[in-house]
Design a binder for this molecule. Structure first.
Ligand code: MIC
Ligand code: SF4
Length: 640
């Protein structure tokens, strides 16, 4: 990684360890962000850690996920977040102000700094040359309390961009091409750094589309240099003083380099049910589209919205298709309202939603039964839209808007020359929906609604652990499978006992009841277990049900960290042992305390009367955390 931009930022923030890929490092975190569906737990954890005020340079609490408010739960949670933020020194971005990643890029991101966020798309900040990393809420709470953030030092791969994008081809097509080549596992343990002559042609919001969706590669983060385009963007946000130039050295050593000739790209689409199942739009032309949803933290910038408005101007949404549009921030929405673009959208028949995550996380707008939904979002995991049989496709705002008008998949290049969208010289700046914290927190009273239930914890790891296999699943299981999101479940994010009833519901509706009845057990998974969202509920809820271990071929980075944080053993097994394990097998590990230290556990399958070894790939710190029964116990012991 010598000479890479990633190395420079990592080195400047390194407080523990060495920059050797695979080894654990501790990083100083400059800024944090939380959003509401992971934030309540993060702040309960911050309260439990017991520091009086946050110790970061800047921390922001956003409300953007749970804005449906079908009952009082979410509004109660928002009130809790507002009061806890005021008390602990955290800025509070009110519901309606926009999606955390978009607003953070606009108003707070700083090139060269580190940002830890309790949301997997925190790498959006890489669009501005900031190192943004997604993590579980507990890790973010520790960072707010001033502790370093620990990760396995990633390796750095380069993506060299050359050439220029053609008409109707945009940033989304670049990241879909990277996904097509690297797959949803291709970024695990890696930082993805963009460089080359093609970079200068991309504005910050376009770069942010690419770094945002780097999360779908499983990458630790993605980053662009900070250059003249970055300066322009920051100047337009009235934040010139935050700009610093940053780039890799000319002879930077990447682990691997992928080259993409932008002029050779065409409009692409990710097909159900994975962001890496990418095909050219041409393969789908003419197929029915029931619903189009434009927005999300991937594609909701001023540039994207203006492009959509240009396509819709003077046209009508097809009578057989429903079009929703959610602008990424109040800044974007307000500018569209003033310049008339919003009127064009409304006249075309778009259903304009508030500036929030909305349909991306299944908060409303579930498609028709077995419907085809085309979205400018970043995830098309099965069931995430709220309609079990729906077929969800992902594409650029260009492809989405064209399909909304045509009622079928269509190639936007058929529309003639593409509109040129310039960044405004000055964005509309109004931070009145970002509430600063109280100058002295001591007097602020925290308001807790009845939905907020305590965080589950467990005692220190027993030396002999015995558990039954409760469920066996395949590869690429997402945290959406483990702890579903959407309108029915998100209001329960502060109430682990209630949310836990739905663990693995879409795969095995009887899972939660069985786990409780048996007093816990284990889950067997395939490769890349726990990909997707950073939600630590995918560890906390199984913990509440008594799950002691997950045995999988491999784990996604954030989920594995969350398992460790909540004292669940992440055991890696090989293909043959995966094949041989069955639901109902009773497994036993003797000497578990020593096993987490040595990194190898001998697992006795009492049912099948045989033994096998499983790896516990843990840093010495993680081993101690597991021995203590989770991070909260460990942090309290080590007196942060
Ligand atoms: C998502 O896109 O899945 C989410 C909802 O933003 C999650 C966070 C969550 O589950 O609350 C994420 O990406 O981390
Ligand atoms: Fe919100 Fe969707 Fe972005 Fe997650 S991916 S932060 S749900 S807009």
């Amino acid at each position: 990684m010598r000479g890479t931009l990633s190395e420079k930022i990592l080195a400047a923030h390194l407080v523990e360890g060495e920059l050797v890929p695979g080894q654990e490092i501790g990083l100083r975190i400059d800024q944090t962000l939380t959003q509401d569906s992971t934030g309540t737990m993060a702040y309960l954890q911050l309260e439990a850690i017991g520091v009086p005020r946050v110790r970061t340079e800047l921390s922001v609490a956003y409300v953007d996920h749970n804005t449906l408010q079908a009952g009082p739960e979410s509004a109660d949670d928002h009130r809790y977040l507002q009061t806890v933020a005021a008390k602990y020194g955290v800025f509070f971005s009110r519901p309606g102000n926009g999606i955390c990643h978009q607003v953070h890029l606009e108003r707070f991101g700083v090139p060269g700094k580190t940002l830890l966020g309790s949301d997997s798309h925190t790498p959006t900040a890489g669009g501005i040359g900031m190192l943004g990393i997604g993590a579980g809420g507990l890790d973010v709470a520790c960072a707010m309390a001033g502790a370093p953030y620990h990760i396995a030092c990633p390796s750095v791969i380069g993506v060299r961009l050359v050439g220029q994008l053609g008409d109707w081809v945009s940033a989304k097509d670049i990241i879909l091409e990277v996904l097509r080549r690297l797959t949803v596992r291709g970024g695990v343990g890696r930082l993805v750094e963009y460089f080359g002559p093609g970079v200068a042609g991309l504005s910050v919001p376009e770069r942010a589309t690419i770094t945002n969706m780097g999360a779908e590669l499983g990458a630790t983060s993605s980053i662009f240099p900070s250059d003249e385009r970055t300066r322009e963007f920051l100047a337009a946000e009235g934040r010139d003083s935050s700009w610093v130039p940053l780039a890799a050295e000319a002879d930077a050593a990447y682990e691997d380099v992928l080259e993409i000739d932008l002029s050779s790209l065409e409009p692409l689409v990710a097909t159900p049910h994975s962001p890496d199942a990418v095909v050219p739009v041409g393969e789908l032309v003419g197929r029915r589209v029931d619903q189009v949803c434009i927005g999300s933290c991937t594609n909701s910038s001023y540039r994207d919205m203006m492009l959509v408005a240009e396509v819709l101007r003077g046209r009508r949404v097809s009578p057989s298709t429903s079009l929703t549009i959610s602008p990424g921030s109040r800044q974007v929405l307000s500018m569209l309202a003033r310049n008339g673009a919003l009127a064009d959208m409304i006249a075309a028949g778009a259903r304009v939603l508030e500036a929030a995550c909305g349909p991306c996380i299944g908060m409303g707008q579930a498609p028709v039964t077995d419907g085809v939904s085309l979205r400018s979002f970043n995830r098309n995991f099965e069931g995430r839209s709220g309609t079990p049989g729906a077929q969800v496709y992902l594409a650029s705002p260009e492809v989405c808007a064209t399909a909304a008008v045509a009622g079928v998949f269509a190639d936007p290049r058929e529309l003639g020359p593409a509109p040129a969208i310039a960044l405004p010289a000055r964005f509309e700046i109004d931070d009145s929906m970002i509430l600063p914290p109280a100058p002295e927190g001591a007097d602020v009273e925290i308001v807790r609604g009845p939905n907020i239930k305590p965080i589950p914890t467990r005692g220190p790891l027993s030396d002999v652990v015995e558990f039954e296999v409760l469920l066996k699943v395949g590869d690429n299981i997402t945290t959406d499978h483990i702890s579903p999101a959407g309108a029915k479940y998100l209001p329960l994010r502060s109430n682990v006992p209630a949310l836990a009833e739905h663990v693995f519901e879409s795969i095995d509706p009887g899972f939660a009841a069985r786990a409780l009845e048996k007093g816990g057990g284990a889950v067997v998974g395939g490769a890349n277990y726990g990909q997707g969202s950073s939600r630590e509920h995918a560890a906390m809820c199984p913990l509440h049900l008594g799950v002691q271990a997950v045995l999988a071929k491999s784990f996604a980075r954030i989920h594995k960290a969350n398992l460790v944080n909540f004292g669940i053993l992440p055991l890696e097994i090989d293909e043959a042992d995966y094949e041989s394990l069955s639901v109902g097998d009773v497994l036993r590990i003797e000497g578990a305390q020593a096993a987490v230290e040595s990194g190898t556990a001998t697992v006795h399958n009492l049912t099948q009367q045989k033994s096998f070894t499983a790896a516990l790939r843990l840093s010495p710190r993680e081993a101690k955390v597991l021995q203590a029964g989770g991070t909260l116990n460990y942090v309290r012991q080590s007196q942060l």
